[in-house]
Write a protein that binds this ligand. Structure first.
Ligand code: MLT
Length: 404
């Protein structure tokens, strides 16, 4: 008789954004005349830029000719893209990351869910609270969660690092040392950032204790403040303790195209074993690579024209972020994030719970956001708005919220 992986039964409800989509769909069905503005999921709305679409068209044509057709991509990804990543995202910032330490994939979400596979199930993990749900759920699926506690709203074996207004939404070094530490800066969902000096403390802590940091840098393109690190490899010693995840979704609008990469430096070893070697084995066994046409589109992101266009996209969304931040602050809301990140984190008014505020906004302003409690117990009483809408919708949403 087949037995299922009963760790899956320990997961809470459905994936956060699926729950929200279901709620919104029901509301839309019952209120077909209402015009909904969606500032919930962090999905982009601007189209791909000309450099990207040119690269896609060109390579689709290449794939249609025998002499330029390509089959399976190389295991780690095409060299042209790994070279571009190494030069632009690392060497240009003084970080020593070689092309063969970069693994091209179809996005940071998959990598952030899959990376735990190369670690023993006995490892303890630490996450920020609130947190991007994939880090927790993928570890629960693997059996690292322990039991869910309805009172603490957390899993018994996971170390939660509260990120609250009192610590500027930046986690403190945990007293009980975790084996694996997930960090995401600029942060999803709070939009908070940490300085290079603060990140250096995490790198030192991980090296002293033998922990590994999984650093999610999906939102680095949104950093505007001087001194905020774009990569954990800007910190001394990170090559021996950190894995970094990157996405092309949030900067270049690849949410529907799918492209990302993971960096594992060759110096990163635990128990005398290279983590690079393990991930390479996993990658080549379970994955056949992002499509050639998509990797060429990724290369175009780093062209001179591509960089200018991507900056335009990021500026567009950051303009939305400022509008939300200023508008809601002016209306008396307590808001943060939105300066170096496309997420705005606001305190729900009048002691409403996160889901109460979600319903209030949906019903009375027809605006969709994300309840903070969906990201963890310490997100209760907070709410996330994304800057990824169009200018017009963002402005209308803020005006509607202000008029409540
Ligand atoms: C979010 O809304 O948190 C993001 O869309 C998550 C993701 O990129 O998977």
């Amino acid at each position: 008789m087949v037995r299922i992986n009963d760790n899956y039964l320990k997961l809470r409800g459905s994936y956060l954004f699926s729950t929200i989509a279901k709620k919104v769909n029901t509301f839309v069905k019952e209120n077909p005349d209402k015009e909904i503005i969606r500032l919930g999921i962090g999905d982009v709305t601007r189209p791909l830029t000309p450099s990207i679409t040119d690269a896609l068209h060109k390579t689709v044509d290449e794939m249609g000719k025998a002499e330029t057709f390509r089959g399976y991509a190389p295991d780690l990804g095409y060299e042209f893209l790994r070279n571009a990543v190494s030069e632009n995202d690392y060497k240009a910032r003084g970080c020593d990351i070689a092309p063969d330490e970069i693994f091209i994939s179809d996005g940071a979400k998959c990598d952030s869910g899959n990376i735990q596979e190369i670690f023993s199930v006995d490892n303890s993990i630490a996450v920020c609270d609130p947190v991007y749900p994939v880090y927790v759920d993928s570890n629960v699926m693997a059996g690292r969660g322990g039991e869910y506690n309805e009172i603490t709203e957390g899993y018994s074996d996971i170390i939660y690092m509260p990120c609250v207004i009192e610590n500027n939404f930046a986690p403190q070094l945990p007293a009980k040392v975790p084996d694996i530490i997930y960090l995401c800066f600029p942060n999803n969902p709070t939009g908070a950032v940490i300085s290079k000096d603060e990140l250096q403390k995490w790198v030192d802590y991980a090296n002293e204790n033998g922990s590994v940091i999984i650093f999610d840098a999906a939102y680095e393109a949104y950093i505007r403040t001087e001194g905020v690190p774009h990569s954990i490899y800007e910190c001394k010693g990170a090559r021996t303790c950190a894995i970094e995840l990157h996405s092309f979704s949030k900067n270049a609008g690849f949410t529907g195209v799918r492209l990302g990469y993971t960096v594992i430096p060759k110096d990163l070893e635990r128990g005398g074993v290279s983590l690079h070697r393990l991930w390479a084995r996993r990658h080549s066994t379970k994955y056949n690579g992002a499509p050639y046409i998509v990797q060429r589109a990724g290369e175009a992101v780093y062209s001179k024209k591509g960089k200018k266009e991507i900056k335009g996209l990021v500026d567009y969304y950051m303009n939305n972020a400022s509008y939300i931040l200023d508008g809601l602050r002016g209306a008396g809301y307590t808001v943060s994030g939105g300066v170096d990140a496309p997420y705005i984190w606001l305190k729900t008014p009048e002691g409403m719970s996160s889901w109460e505020f979600f319903d209030h906004l949906l019903i009375n302003a027809n605006v969709v956001g994300t309840p903070g409690s969906g990201f963890g117990a310490h997100g209760e009483g907070y709410f996330r708005l994304t800057a990824f809408g169009s200018h017009e919708n963002t402005k209308r949403a803020v005006d509607r919220i202000k008029a409540l």
